[in-house]
Design a protein around this ligand. Sequence first.
Ligand code: CA
Length: 670
Amino acid sequence: MNTNCAKAFTAMCLGSFLTPWALSAVETANDDQYLSWPVYSGQDLELDATPRQANFRLWSPKAEAVRLMIYPTDRNSKAIETVDMKASENGTWTASLAGNYYGKFYTFSIKHNGRWLDETPGVWAKAVGTNGHRAAIIDFDTTDPAGWSDDRGPVVDNITDVVLYEMHHRDFSVDPSSGIVNKGKFLALTEAGTHNQTGESTGIDHLKELGVTHVHILPSYDYNSVDEANLPSNQYNWGYDPYNYNVPEGSYSTNPADPVVRVREMKEMIKALHDAGIGVVMDVVYNHTADNDGSNFSLTAPGYYYRHRSDGSYSDASGCGNETASERKQMSDFIVNSVKYWANEYHVDGFRFDLMAIHDTETMDRVAAELKKINPSIFVYGEGWTAGDSPLPAERRALKENVAKMEGIAVFSDDIRDAVKGHYSNAADRGFATGKPGNEETVKIGIVASTAHPQVDYSKGNNSKFAYASAPTQIINYVSCHDDLTLTDKLAKSMPEASETERQRAARLAQTIVFTSQGTPFMFAGEEVFRDKKGVHNSYKSPDSINAIDWNLKHKNSEQFEYYRQLIKLRKEHPAFRMTTADQIARHLVFDEKTDENVISYTLRDHANGDVWKEIKVVFNGNPKAMEVKVAKRNWTVIAEDGRIDADGLGSSRGGKISVAPTSALILAR
Ligand code: CA
């Protein structure tokens, strides 16, 4: 059984080059059989309940028989009814029960090859009890917080206007320094007025102060690894081990046994964030399941939902023991309908697809198109790589190299990530911001969001050799995330001789490159207070002592926080950093030629993207010594210099020869 996988290393390692493996058939011979299975497109799968009746419909085309069990409680009880379901249209089985079943629980069991399989809550459970083993029948009207029908997330015209903040519920609030009551829970983000020991804001007030537009929450659907019956035992998991895709995770609720509570509390969290003007992005992991034969997919329609090798074994592009088969209609529909459900029922504003390249581009196109119909502000991005080979041909995979073929999908730029701070898997490796020459052209690829630009030579790119994005709206820029070393730890391991002050300067330079680049910026929670994870690069099940953010760092590193806050303010106030087309970037962003080693200098000219500033000069000095640059002699306002930044200006400059301080950004505007 595979309940977790060390995905951090494998998931990222293939991001760095075009998939080298040979193309294979669309389906292996073994998987051809599934093409002939009937599919069911109705929206009433598994449960449709009212106060007068409960109707059940399970999709299981090859089942020999199907049973429905009704339970009085979520566990430790015997079935009060067992019903033989009837074969119905398009591979489904149905049963109808008269009466009010709210408060009851149910499971299905199918007969397969003459044997009754283990009970399952199905694949479309929308409420569950403890550990998700039994689905629950609840009245969803009772789950809505006050004012829910008027709840709206922020309007997003272009994804490039978004500032993403990736957080784990436990990291964010579990440390005593958060001052938050509901530690590690959805409700943590509903608490206003919380602060650390020295009075600096924490929680949702901190997010408002920082100015991010969207929080990207790590997996918050019901996952497998944390025992919801034993929550005080200080368990931690990132949650990349999906169990019930359409139900919130119980350990983030205050009572996993009551199926209404987790639904209502997640909605309360989303409402509180929306009321604060902040959107919510869900990390979704449809590419694999925690279990193979024991998953809800396998227990309802054995074989169908997964890809297999020619010998019949599970193929494993996820590095987690299996991979799902989005090219099959019922699985593609499952993904599309699942994200639609989260958007409609929970008002989710965006989706981040884990190992997105395991999915086919056609399914991702459908995801984006269907979500835009619900709310044009919803956006979708993902990891444009796999963690292993797949039977799905490379040209059909939602790879970063195929992003231009998709509509409304963005991918993470591993180009800028590795070039700015050094390679993710080699802790000691340095990048542009930490003084290693040779990364300049790849940083430039990041600055132009991997679009075609007359002054960028893609043949010198470290990770990508062509302009794979057709627009900056297809690129997410970052230097760290939950995977791999935090930026703080990466800097500690790659510049061990440097002081903490010097490492903080390097972090400022690295994030200044991210936040001024074209594309959408993304940051890992807590980096604004220089949080670390004690050097642990794959902390997916490490204890709170590794993962929790110490909010007293906000006091100790107050200047770091202020730098990040100003950086975000600068980006949000100036559309020149948020162009929406490749053509705009090619016309308005001009690099200076003949710069010194490990110096990048460019101009955003002619009121780029309607900016009030006519011209913006951006210079990055990745060298540990001051470097001289020539700037046009004009009356400039200094926005950033020598590790300081103020979106409203630090002072003035006449241009000419300017000394750029070691490991720092110079930004001038007029
Ligand atoms: Ca769970």
